[in-house]
Design a protein around this ligand. Structure first.
Ligand code: MN
Length: 295
């Protein structure tokens, strides 16, 4: 007899997208099949890609955000973040940058020459309606809870897991974990059964409940799972996301999130008009133009 739980994971194809000029990323969220995992509403897998000593890599000119947090997790390489609050922060491997856009912010991102390899993940977290218009903020987290288990290194990027708590500033119940199995082995990760989860292989392929998946596959797991059981070969790395189902759709257009089309259209008009709402990013050499609202 087939068990009711866990239900079969939903397998979603990661699509190729361009970030900045000519930098290809793997976009796992949003897709037609799945818009969000908890409040996680955007997931780009950056690289891994080798970049030359003269630059290349990721370069994104000044652009605005609203009603979301941008969340960057670095595995290899270094990226300079500058924003309209005056923040200037290089993110290095093992660190998280978290920019809370709230009412409005703008920023630039540039991978630094010197590092030969760029690998990371960039996510957005939608802010719930009661926090949609909070003042913008920027946080850098150089030290995250990290521990060993069954041949794997777990790093807690967001939320709580196994009695540990990540320091990252959140506005809804979420989980983010990087799991790297250097020597291989069987790992069991306890889950909050009230959360939905997403699984993205970042390095190498793995089998999960009869499905063979790699970095081109994102798995969505419905709520109701007490744990995640993984049999990993040496060198595998994956990103585990989780969250309480967000409960309502959000409007996403270009770099804006909002709780209505009007809110997003207003943000687009403010950016086009050069409104103070989004400030100015120091040293920015390019300001990205907002595409026309399609409705
Ligand atoms: Mn951005």
């Amino acid at each position: 007899m087939k068990a009711l739980y866990p239900s079969t994971p939903q397998r979603i194809a990661v699509r190729q997208a361009e970030l900045g000029v000519g930098f290809q990323v793997g976009r796992a969220l949003p897709t037609r099949e799945r818009r969000m995992v908890g409040a996680w509403c955007f997931l780009d897998h950056l690289g891994p890609v080798d970049i030359g000593p003269d630059g290349g890599g990721m370069h994104v000119g000044a652009h605005p955000h609203t009603c979301l947090q941008t969340f960057t997790w670095m595995i290899n390489g270094e990226v300079m973040h500058r924003d309209s609050l005056g923040s200037e922060q290089v993110i290095r491997p093992g660190q998280v940058n978290l920019m809370t856009a709230g009412h409005g912010i703008s920023h630039t991102e540039d991978s630094l020459p010197g590092a030969s390899r760029l690998h990371g993940a960039q996510l957005w977290i939608a802010l719930p309606p009661e926090h949609a218009d909070i003042p913008p903020a920027f946080d850098h987290y150089p030290d995250l809870p990290t521990w060993q288990e069954a041949g794997a290194t777990l790093t807690l990027l967001a939320g709580e897991l196994a009695g540990r708590q990540a320091p990252t500033r959140l506005y809804s119940p979420l989980l983010g974990v990087d799991l790297h199995s250097a020597s291989g082995g069987r790992v069991s990760v306890p889950l909050n059964a009230g959360f939905e989860h997403g699984l993205l292989p970042l390095e190498g392929r793995l089998s999960f409940e009869d499905q063979e998946i790699g970095p081109q596959d994102f798995l969505y797991l419905e709520p109701g799972r007490p744990s995640l059981e993984l049999e990993l070969a040496a060198g595998r790395r994956l990103l585990l996301l989780g969250g309480q189902p967000f409960g309502q759709p959000v409007t996403m257009w270009w770099n804006f999130v909002g709780h209505s089309r009007d809110a997003v259209a207003a943000a687009q008009a403010d950016w086009e008009a050069g409104s103070e709402r989004f400030g100015t990013v120091p040293k920015a050499t390019e300001r990205l133009a907002a595409p026309r609202i399609p409705w």
